[in-house]
Design a protein around this ligand. Sequence first.
Ligand SMILES: [Zn+2]
Ligand SMILES: [Zn+2]
Length: 746
Amino acid sequence: MNNQLYADILVEVPGMQPDRTYQYKVPRNLVGSVQFGNRVKVPFGKQKVTGFVVGLSEEKAVEKVKEIINLVDNGRLFREDQLELAKWLAGYYFCSTVKALQAVIAPALKKTTPRPVARLYSVVEPAQLPELRRQMTRSPKRLAALETALQHPGLNKRELASMAGVSLFVVNQLCAGGILKVETNLPVRDPYPQYRLTEQAQVSLTGEQSRAVQDVADAIRKGRHRAFMLHGVTGSGKTEVYLHCIEQVLGTGRQAITLVPEISLTPQMVRLYKARFGQHVAVLHSRMSDGERYDEWTRIENGSAPVVLGVRSAILAPVPDPGLIIIDEEHEPSYKQEEAPRYHARAVALYRARKSRGVLVLGSATPSLESYCRALPGGEYKLINMRHRINGKSMPNVQLVDMRREVQSGNSAIFSLVLLQKLREKLHNKEQAIIFLNRRGFKTLVVCRECGLVLKCPRCEISLTYHTDGRLRCHYCNYRVQAPKICPDCGGGQVGYFGTGTQRVEMELSAALPGGRILRMDADTTIRKGSHEQILSAFSNGEADILVGTQMVAKGLDLPGVTLVGVINADSSLHMPDFRAGERTFQLLAQVAGRTGRGDKPGEVLIQTHTPEHYAVQAASRHNYSAFFQSEIAVRKEMGYPPFAKMVRVLLSGKDDAAVQQAAEKIRTQLDGFVEGANGGKIMIVGPAPAPLPRLKEDYRWHIILWSADYRRLRLVMERFQRATGGAAPGKELRMSIDVDPMYIM
Ligand SMILES: [Zn+2]
Ligand SMILES: [Zn+2]
């Protein structure tokens, strides 16, 4: 007779965050079935809730123990190391363990049973093809379908039809004629059937590339944890370095994860990986169906896909033994998840690489300040520089246009005279241009159009924004001041607001350049799915001369026909109420400046700005990262902002503005108490203030920001706060979120 068995269970209770396990009795009929990693139904209070088995014992921990109701699925959903990852996420980002675990195993929770799919195989052998070609000259469509089926065995009917460019009717005819046979089984759903073929590409590396591969390969061979910052200019061939490093790690029997930003996970990128590693690649992104994602997930877990290519959440993939983790464009803010658990993929990657003694490679042309700091001499990361483009082309010439002079000389239009002149030249030479509108900015920003002055908070060095009450406000510390009508610096009277829409740009452009064919790409013109690609392909086919758009047009910068890029308002992102505004502006401008001139003709970039002397604008125009870094790091140091400190933001939101403010004030008092009670380094705490986006949908938003160079002490404060509040907002209709290392303080 067995002893009674008890299970420790993490429960999911809606509206409550009990971050602990509860013990339940394993009923006799489930002994032997219930194991670590199971999902179960259990009673909790008066409800039935879902829980996860995280431990088993024969000892009863409390007097009254309820019984597990049933198992939800067959088999276990997670391993020990995945639970550990969830616990780390929960601890670092102040969320509940069950929430973190759900994020870690999300695809497994949405498991679906695949429907049998009819797959097609040719009955004809490739050797018979020449003979068939002669016989089928009168039916080119059937021949095309047959040839495609021979090249790509195992497609379903729809895939075959679309790939061969024929109708389903043609495919059905071939099946009926017995030329294609149909096999029905339960296959793994391959979201990229067209890339099934493996073509071993032989690419020779440049000197810089092979040195980079060498460095990383050495670390992989040693089997110890090591992190690299791969700082390479755009076009220096970082992807090829990644592929070679992955080959190295596969040779040691371990696996590799590559993360790319959502916008970079293009079919070309997938094709590159599939061409090199074939069926060993699993792809994970947000546009997949749950079923496709689950299948890829399973292939990763059982080791049949040791190469993972994906977006942010792929860092949580169940790779058994990651020997290499690569984060491309590591500076991209989209690596931060904006809902709980609010993790940054880079931080998770570092955790996983350390844990598995794996190698981490962070690649970027414009590294984040956080990462680059760690790559300085004596730092935790080793710096690898790639300074040259593989095609040997020089970086495009960048010219700054001082918009203050335009205003002084009487031109208050959107376009400077020199940009219009250049555009006319391009039209005349039948070359293409892109007009890039920097819209990351804020239309509530106040700027002097004559001297470029933007008013900043005297305490926080953050740009002030205009409010309807006629006052300027700091969104960090809530400092307020009357908005001036006359510029306090130059005495000029043209103090106004930023904010230029793409539509207005398009209108002014058509008026100034009669006969020029203009395409616009923004949120309005890309509502329909696929319209983004349509506009770009129309532009690349030469159906227009000028493409006007926001950040979205960045993808078009690689088009060979484009020889001029004009940036309308470089400053608007520069003065965002965010301490990273300078960094974001530099990254944006450097990206624009680095990617033009892909064709035979040299590229040209014109940047219009009210503050041409700003170091971020200056450095971007000269493709000089290190100059930017030196200036920016000095500012951060002076203000004590990250990377010299850890930052935590507490955000309150709700439908009643006054209630949200009151709750935020109460929390501030509470936090002050914990700050006083904790010994150690200085903790800065500002707010409550309305968030830079004071109203989102129906909700009013107030926040409090804390930062300190002494992260232990800050953690202690936050842990006490978390314990005292249970992570819940003080008020029924309110919500509270804690964001560690916030990326967007909006
Ligand atoms: Zn002024
Ligand atoms: Zn302030």
